[in-house]
Design a protein around this ligand. Structure first.
Ligand code: SAH
Length: 368
């Protein structure tokens, strides 16, 4: 059974609360009321839990203070994305982004303050890691954004700062609260965990949260190039990574994320290798199948979805985005090979809210 850690009350399960509340001499249904205030109504203030007796609210406040991070800045992009900077009591800073769209809102949240992975194309990676976020801090971002924007339904993207699977324990705790039927009852299929891929963690995620969607930050199709640009990927070569993807029972939709860097990973050969990887779902072949034959050879198979991503340059970055026309032709090449491929244009770039731009800095210092 999950144990409560008393400094993170937002992450408590209902059973945790039942046990914690018993010494106050309160009936079990109080725990259910409290749980519902937090996770169903998203009320993060004991003072507003009006159906709880006053003395209980005071005791809770003293014994289980929420110590929520404060939203100190808000930046609205021309395209509707809104980025929030949150500061924890210990000074850790992290960002969360609201992304509206015609098909509904997505909430992009951070799992770490900073990041230790140092991917060459990502500004967050230059920061280094301050610390892991707690499950409560991850949930707070979701509830805060959902409250700010008055949402009853939304998708959740673990695509903010940090590497979710380097903080698996807290991430899983948060996601389990989020899908719980007595809380937000968020479908795991509406939650996407984005990861560089860490050994054993993808299968763990699939086991503990069946149906959850995974975005694999692939970006390069050969190990030496991938390891050069994503040094943390070194201990986990692509062969092992795809083996784990294929054998992770329970995993929901898998997307291969591929950021297009001009002259680095955007040739026709790169696209051909990407198409082959997208067909990794089909049983291993003894003889390699050329990309031009993939479609006819594996008719009827679903491939992994490939998401080509527009690169967001940060000041001083060494890369350029692949021009749109070329990105489109790579997408068409993939489609012709039978791969379900999309091209993601940036959102929130003007306020540094887009992928790979989150550095938890004040707006002034973001202005160029
Ligand atoms: N560490 C996790 C979660 C971060 S998600 C991961 O790497 O998946 C952020 C996504 O944006 C990842 O797919 C990341 O590779 C991508 N990204 C990083 N820098 C980028 C940039 N400058 N432009 C576009 N996408 C970028």
């Amino acid at each position: 059974m999950e144990r409560a850690s008393d400094n993170d009350p937002l992450s408590f399960t209902l059973e945790n609360w039942q046990r914690e509340i018993a010494p106050f001499g309160e009936a079990g249904y109080r725990a259910r009321q409290l749980y519902s205030w937090f996770h169903s109504r998203r009320v993060l203030d004991y003072g507003r839990m009006t159906n709880l007796p006053g003395p209980l609210r005071q005791s809770l406040e003293q014994q289980f203070p929420l110590r929520l991070a404060k939203a100190t800045h808000k930046a609205r992009s021309r395209d509707g994305a809104v980025k929030y900077l949150l500061c924890a009591a210990d000074g850790a800073r992290f960002e969360a982004v609201f992304l509206p769209s015609r098909s509904g809102a997505s909430l992009c949240v951070s799992t770490q303050a900073g990041c230790s992975f140092h991917c060459s194309f990502c500004a967050t990676g230059t920061l280094g890691l301050t610390r892991n976020l707690t499950a409560g801090e991850i949930l707070h971002q979701v509830y805060y954004l959902a409250n700010e924007h008055n949402l009853s339904s939304y998708r959740v993207l673990l695509m903010g700062m940090g590497e979710p699977l380097a903080n698996t324990q807290q991430v899983l705790k948060a996601l389990k609260r989020l899908v719980h039927p007595d809380g937000q009852a968020c479908s795991p299929r509406r939650i996407t965990v984005s990861t560089v891929g860490l050994r054993g963690r993808i299968s763990q995620l699939a086991r503990e949260l069946p149906g959850v969607a995974l975005a694999l930050s692939l970006h390069f199709t050969d190990d030496s190039q991938r390891q050069r640009h994503m040094p943390a990927a070194k201990p986990f070569p692509l062969g092992d990574l795809f083996d784990e993807l294929i054998t992770s029972e329970g995993l929901g939709k898998v997307t291969l994320e591929y950021v297009l860097l001009e002259g680095v990973n955007d040739t026709r050969e790169d696209a051909a290798a990407l198409a082959t990887l997208a067909y990794s779902v089909v049983p291993r072949q003894r003889k390699a199948v050329p990309p031009s034959r993939l479609r006819s050879r594996f008719r009827g198979f679903n491939t992994y979805h490939v998401n080509l991503i527009e690169y967001n340059p940060s000041p001083g970055a060494e890369f350029q985005p692949t021009p749109y026309a070329k990105a489109e032709s790579l997408q068409n090449y993939l489609k012709a090979a039978g791969v379900n491929a999309t091209y993601r244009r940036s959102r929130g770039r003007d306020v540094a809210a887009a992928c790979g731009m989150l550095t938890a800095t004040e707006p002034e210092s973001q202005r160029k």
